[in-house]
Write a protein that binds this ligand. Structure first.
Ligand code: PMP
Length: 387
């Protein structure tokens, strides 16, 4: 199988599996227990925390372990909002946040919080001037992703953090897609809170962290004695140890990103040459190195994914979390893409294990399968009615 769906999840690295097996068969006691085995487990937790802090440029006390980015995102927004001064009742979200995060935004709006939306341009980039215009002394916090999971577009989170800081608002960054693919430094980011999920960088699923700047006012949405009172619940130590192992093995990300971007660019160029109806979104702007979001004319994504499946290639339609549904992607909608084009969206996401051979295979095999369908498409009149 050729796996080109790294934005959905990645295969746990052998070093990660090894670290988890080792942890589960040795220091498996409760980290809160006073006895010797409990203290051993506590030391293992501390060691994992130190690794996360070192790799991501924060202090160990700033790492709060969670069950993944969905929880970290919710925790950040709810926890920072609850701690904000009463005059700060406005929250800003970008329109292209992860779908689960948008559900939180809508729930907040229904509960009476004023939610304002940061717009994106047609190329998927954030409109910083529009963001600046929405800032004010009544803003409690801004929540913005570091990189979009569908288009791969990099967001100017540092600039927006500066804007938030200027009005005394807190800044939350969902760095789930960026961390592990490009260098990230919490101290330099200007963010107060940052979310990450281990399974996006060859770690296990169901574990992540919220990096929370020391001294930031925060009301824990899940109180308890663990994680210095910021998140209750016995820590998932095997998964946490696995996440630390995954971060530790990352290596030179700049170098890897350059290699992966070269493969991605070769894939796009080859597809565009063989199938001129190929349209790539956000191709001209700064993107994650491995992400390619495109459509083949208006061929239904289900048809394309089925053909890919017969070739043994795993790819995705827009956000994996909404696959199966026929709703056009909210990201493409925010970019002003018409629904019939958005329903043709295919996402390839390459990763550190993608090879030249994988790209060559796809370029050899896919165009002959799609070309006849595209010819049919241009000769059959569209059934879509004009509004
Ligand atoms: N944010 C972004 C940008 C994501 O891509 C994802 C995963 N698709 C999440 C949050 C949620 O991560 P998890 O499912 O691991 O909680």
């Amino acid at each position: 199988m050729i796996y080109l769906d790294h934005n959905a999840t990645t295969q746990p690295a052998p070093a990660v599996v090894q670290a988890m097996l080792q942890q589960m068969s040795s220091t498996w006691a409760n980290t809160s227990s006073q006895h010797g085995p409990g203290q051993d487990a506590k030391r293992a937790l501390g060691a994992a925390r130190a690794v996360v802090a070192r790799v991501l440029g924060c202090k160990p006390v700033e790492v709060v372990f969670t069950s993944g980015a969905t929880e970290s995102n919710q925790m950040a927004v709810r926890g920072l909002l609850a701690a904000a001064e009463p005059v700060r009742r406005r929250v800003l979200f970008s329109r292209v946040e992860h779908s689960a995060h948008l559900k939180l935004a809508r729930a907040l709006a229904e509960s009476g919080v004023q939610v304002d939306w940061l717009p994106v341009r047609a190329d998927g980039t954030l409109d910083v001037a529009a963001a600046a215009a929405l800032m004010g002394p009544d803003v409690a916090l801004v929540s913005l992703m570091a990189a979009n999971n569908e288009t791969g577009v990099l967001m100017p989170y540092e600039a927006v953090a500066q804007l938030a800081q200027n009005v005394g608002a807190r800044m939350h960054v969902d760095a789930t897609q960026l961390i592990g693919k490009l260098p990230f430094d919490f101290a330099a980011s200007g963010a107060d809170a940052v979310s990450l999920s281990a399974h996006k960088f060859h770690g296990p699923k169901g574990v992540g962290a919220l990096l929370l700047r020391q001294g930031t006012a925060f009301v824990p949405p899940t109180p308890g004695s663990q994680e210095r009172g910021r998140r209750g619940g016995t820590e998932n130590l095997p998964a946490i140890v696995g996440m630390a192992a995954a971060l530790e093995r990352l290596g030179d990300l700049e170098q890897q990103a350059a290699r992966i971007a070269q493969l991605r660019d070769a894939l796009e160029a080859g597809l565009q040459q063989a199938l001129p109806a190929t349209h790539v979104w956000s191709q001209q702007v700064a993107r994650l190195p491995g992400t390619s979001y495109l459509r083949f004319g208006q061929l239904s994504v289900d048809v394309v994914l089925q053909r890919l499946d017969t070739l043994g290639v795993a790819a995705s339609s827009g956000a994996a979390c909404s696959s199966g549904g026929s709703e056009p992607s909210h990201v493409l909608k925010a970019m002003g893409v018409p629904a019939d084009e958005a329903l043709a969206a295919v996402r390839f996401s390459l990763g550190s294990d993608t090879t030249h051979g994988d790209v060559g295979y796809l370029l050899n095999k896919l165009p002959p399968l799609l070309a006849p369908l595209l010819r049919e498409e241009t000769t059959t009149p569209s059934t879509t009615e004009s509004p």
